[in-house]
Design a protein around this ligand. Structure first.
Ligand code: TZD
Ligand code: CA
Length: 526
């Protein structure tokens, strides 16, 4: 009779999961024993890096990513990354090795006490099988639960003495299970939504990350061109759901109640697709909606629909809904919006580059289908104004703002999308939360270009301090970090780009290399 170990690897293989992101301890060794030739293990030196790489891989591939962590300590280290994965609906299958069953109760070393509680509330489901025979079924449930809407991370704790136990006669029944989700709205629901959109005098579209995750970007463009309406990206954008050089594109909404209402003033119908209503951030109270505006929310996540403070909602698959809606939408007689004007160049400093000019240079030199993994918080707005993004899956930002996402996620995205150039655009503050990712970049020769914007400070916090009238907070500067030396220390080639010419040279080198390149760019604080 097959072992739990054998059935598990057959299940993973059949479900297309042959990459394990991990950092092992003794609890995990029996799972890793006899690691199959056709599987790939990607080691991260800290579990935040492990989870961040897996998150990037899942987001960019649209497939579940498998993680193997060490007991409670490893799970705890991954929790920061889980805040992002939870809000980006990343289908992560997180496993953690548990002490031998007979040693858990006495709380021996490496016992993950009350294991299923540890990752909550940042997982859809967490479980420790009550017997070894249940491990394959539990992992099958984990894979399907992570993948079914609303997608998200799940967690299974597995005692290390389960793996060589017999799996039971019917354990193999889970290996080939396929579960499909439909989620198409009814005829009446579509008619009603179409009627509201066709009747609106001055509608506006607000698009969120789910549109990009479901590759519905093209459908959103068709809808915008049929309705000739302005299109905003929902606040706290973690993905790019609409080409930002399209004439209908108006920008990313500010993550504040009063700011959103001001930007949407004058519209009589606000249609939000694939985003929570809304991911506010700065505390700026005001009216949730402009005077006279109605709001309709289309989302695959019933929880997002239920918790919104206003508007109606339709819960269904975003791609299927837009596809079924389009034939019902009449061509509007409204004029198409004018494209946004391109911003002017700005002055660099002596030995420093203005972020705006870094982004203009990037926009000029990067491949058309480049993928950006962004984590320099203070330069987000300038980035969206100056760097063109056209294809689905072109932009990733930590969905909960949990820093330490950028470097590892850039590696995971590049592993998932080897034919597209991944470019990390990461603040000097953020880079330090997961700097050991550079070791994995070098070890697995992951050819991402990693740009570190070095302004020597937590720039975004300086902005918040001004907004919150805190002018004397300590701990806001991060001077004197030599990222080129750090990169070389972990095995990654590095260039200092403190002039425009040096940046051009470094980018051209990086795009041509088959291994990672870090580019340290001293910048002016924005
Ligand atoms: C794990 C973690 N710790 C602390 C913060 C707080 N924080 C911090 C520390 C920021 C500064 C980011 O600095 P940076 O150098 O990466 O980018 P900018 O200088 O462009 O803001 S933005 C922000 O929300 C966070 N979001 N996540
Ligand atoms: Ca910074």
């Amino acid at each position: 009779m097959p072992s739990v170990h054998a059935v598990t690897y057959s299940l993973l293989r059949h479900q297309g999961i042959t990459t394990v992101f991990g950092n092992p301890g003794s609890n995990e060794l029996p799972f890793l024993k006899g690691f199959p030739e056709d599987f790939r293990y990607v080691l991260g030196l800290h579990e935040g890096v492990v989870a961040g790489m897996a998150d990037g891989y899942a987001l960019a591939s649209g497939r579940p990513a498998f993680i193997n962590l060490h007991a409670a300590a490893g799970t705890g280290n991954a929790m920061g990354a889980l805040t992002n994965a939870w809000y980006s609906h990343s289908p992560l299958v997180i496993t953690a090795g548990q002490q031998a069953r007979s040693m858990i109760g006495v709380e021996s070393m490496l016992a993950n006490v009350d294991a299923p509680q540890l990752p909550k509330p940042l997982v859809k489901w967490s479980y420790e099988p009550a017997c070894p025979e249940d491990v394959p079924r539990a992992l099958s449930q984990a894979i399907h639960s992570a993948s079914l809407p609303p997608r998200g991370p799940v967690y299974v704790s597995i005692p290390h003495d389960d793996w060589d136990r017999e799996a039971g006669d019917d354990a193999a029944l889970v290996i080939e299970r396929e579960i499909a989700h439909a989620g198409v709205p009814s005829f009446e629901q579509l008619e009603r939504l179409a009627q509201r959109l066709n009747a609106a005098e001055n509608p506006v579209l607000v698009l969120g990350p789910e549109v990009d995750a479901r590759q519905a970007n093209g459908l959103a463009v068709e809808l915008a061109e049929r309705l000739c309406l302005p299109v905003w990206v929902a606040p706290s954008a973690s993905r790019c759901p609409f080409p930002n050089r399209h004439p209908c594109f108006r920008g990313v909404l500010p993550a504040a109640i009063a700011g959103i209402t001001a930007h949407l003033e004058g519209h009589d119908l606000i249609v939000v697709v694939g985003a929570p209503v809304f991911r506010y951030h700065k505390y700026a109270p005001g009216r949730y909606l402009p005077e006279g505006a109605g709001l309709v929310h289309v989302t695959g996540d019933a929880n997002e629909a239920a918790r919104a403070p206003m508007g109606d909602a339709l819960v269904g698959d975003v791609h299927a809904t837009l596809e079924a809606l389009l034939p019902r939408i009449e061509q509007s007689a409204r004029a198409m919006p004018e494209p946004l004007p391109r911003p002017a160049a700005v002055e660099d400093g002596e030995g420093y580059l203005a972020p705006a000019n870094v982004f203009d240079t990037l926009d000029a030199l990067a491949p058309e289908d480049a993928i950006y993994v962004k984590e320099s918080t203070s330069t987000v707005e300038i980035f969206w104004e100056r760097v063109g993004m056209r294809e689905p899956g072109s932009y990733f930002f930590p969905a909960a703002g949990g820093l330490g996402f950028g470097l590892p996620a850039a590696l995971g995205v590049q592993l998932a999308q080897p034919r597209r150039q991944v470019i990390g655009v990461i603040g000097d503050g953020s880079a330090s939360y997961a700097i050991t990712a550079l070791w994995s970049a070098a070890q697995y020769r992951i050819p991402a270009v990693l740009i570190i914007l070095k302004n020597g400070t937590y720039g975004a916090l300086r902005g918040f301090a001004r907004h919150m009238k805190v002018d004397d907070a300590p701990g806001l500067d991060v001077p004197d970090i030599d990222f080129c030396a750090l990169a070389r220390g972990y095995g990654v080639e590095a260039r200092l780009a403190d002039t425009h010419e040096a940046l051009v040279q470094a980018l051209q080198e990086g795009f041509a290399m088959d291994r990672p390149l870090l580019i340290e760019v001293p910048t002016l604080p924005t």
